[in-house]
Ligand binder design. Structure first.
Ligand code: ADP
Length: 272
C-alpha cells in the first residue's frame, strides 16, 4: 500500500472526533502478510538512514517523532524496529518518565522543549508532553482547569516548532486490552522480561477506560494541521513497525533534504 493511502487510514483528521473506541487495533488489511511487512520495514529503515544523512548535511530542518501509548503498547520496540539502521549520530531518543524535582519547578513544557531535536537531527520522544494530559489527568495530578488549558497550549507549542523548521509526526500505539493482558503475562513468566514488569502497570490497567477516554480526548483536541495524530494498530508488532516505518520514510522523502552545494570547486583541489 502506498504510504499516503496508509496514512489516510490512520490519520486523525484535524477538527474531527478521533473515535478511538471504533478504531481496530488489529487492522489486518493494512499489512496482511508478516513477511512482506518485515521486508518493507527493513527497506524503510535503510532509506530513513540515507535520508537522515541528507537531513544532517542540509542542517536546516529537524524531524520530531512522538510515540505515545499505554504500557506494553510497544514504544521501545517501535524505536528499535524503525530506527535500527540509523547510526547514533543522527537520531536522539528521549524517554519521558516521572518529572524530576527540577522539572516540576518549571512549567511542564520546559523539559520537553530542551529535548526537541536540533536542525539536522531526528528526535524520537518515547512518551512526551502528552503525559501531562494523560497520566496527569487520569491520576488527577494537577487541577482539572489547568489540564484543560493544556490542549491549546500544546497546539500552540507544536505550531511554534513547526513554523521554526521542526516537522512533527505523532503516533499513538493502539493495542487492545486483551493484548495488554498477554504482554503483561509474558513479563511475569519470562525471566528475561521480569525487569520490564512494574506493579504500577497493573494500577494503570485497572484505569483502562479512563486512559482510553483521556487518549481519545487528546487525539481529538490535539490533531492539528501542523501536527496531526496517527493511531497505529499495534496488536501485531511487525505491522506496527511497518506502518510507522512507511510513514516516517514517506515524510522524510517528501521533505526531500538536500546536500548543500559547496561554494568551492572540487576540481580545483588536488590531493598529493
Ligand atoms: P516506560 O513505562 O515508558 O517503559 P518508565 O517505567 O520509566 O517507562 O515509566 C514512565 C512513567 O512515568 C509512566 O508511568 C508515566 O506515566 C510516567 N510519567 C511520564 N510523564 C509524566 C508526567 N508528566 N507526570 C507524571 N508521570 C509521568
Amino acid at each position: 500500500m502506498d504510504w499516503r493511502a496508509l496514512d489516510d487510514r490512520i490519520l486523525v483528521k484535524p477538527g474531527a472526533e478521533a473515535g478511538l473506541m471504533t478504531r481496530d487495533p488489529v487492522s489486518a488489511d493494512l499489512f496482511p502478510d508478516k513477511k512482506a511487512a518485515e521486508k518493507r520495514c527493513a527497506e524503510c529503515a535503510e532509506a530513513i538512514n540515507v535520508l537522515q544523512d541528507r537531513l544532517w548535511a542540509e542542517r536546516s530542518r529537524a524531524l520530531l517523532v512522538v510515540l505515545q501509548g499505554i504500557d506494553t503498547s510497544g514504544k521501545d520496540g517501535a524505536v528499535r524496529g524503525v530506527f535500527n539502521a540509523c547510526g547514533p549520530l543522527g537520531v536522539s531518543v528521549t524517554s519521558f518518565g516521572r518529572p524530576s524535582e527540577e522539572d516540576l519547578a518549571h512549567d511542564y513544557l520546559w523539559r520537553v522543549h530542551q529535548a526537541v531535536p536540533k536542525r539536522g537531527m531526528i528526535g524520537v520522544f518515547n512518551r512526551s508532553h502528552y503525559e501531562d494530559v494523560l497520566v496527569v489527568k487520569v491520576r488527577k495530578l494537577a487541577p482539572a482547569e489547568a489540564i484543560e488549558a493544556r490542549y491549546e497550549q500544546i497546539n500552540a507549542f507544536e505550531k511554534h516548532l513547526a513554523e521554526n523548521g521542526v516537522a512533527i509526526l505523532k503516533f499513538m500505539l493502539h493495542i487492545s486490552k486483551d493484548e495488554q493482558r498477554q504482554r503483561l503475562q509474558e513479563r511475569l513468566e519470562d525471566p528475561a522480561k521480569h525487569w520490564k514488569f512494574n506493579p504500577g502497570d497493573l494500577e494503570d490497567r485497572a484505569l483502562w477506560d479512563e486512559y482510553q477516554a483521556a487518549y481519545d480526548r487528546m487525539l481529538t483536541r490535539c490533531s492539528t494541521a501542523h501536527a496531526p495524530w496517527r493511531v497505529v494498530p499495534a496488536d501485531k508488532k511487525w505491522r506496527r513497525n511497518a506502518i510507522i516505518g512507511a510513514i516516517v520514510h514517506g515524510t522524510l522523502e517528501a521533505m526531500d533534504p538536500q546536500y548543500p552545494k559547496p561554494d568551492w570547486d572540487p576540481k580545483s583541489f588536488a590531493i598529493e
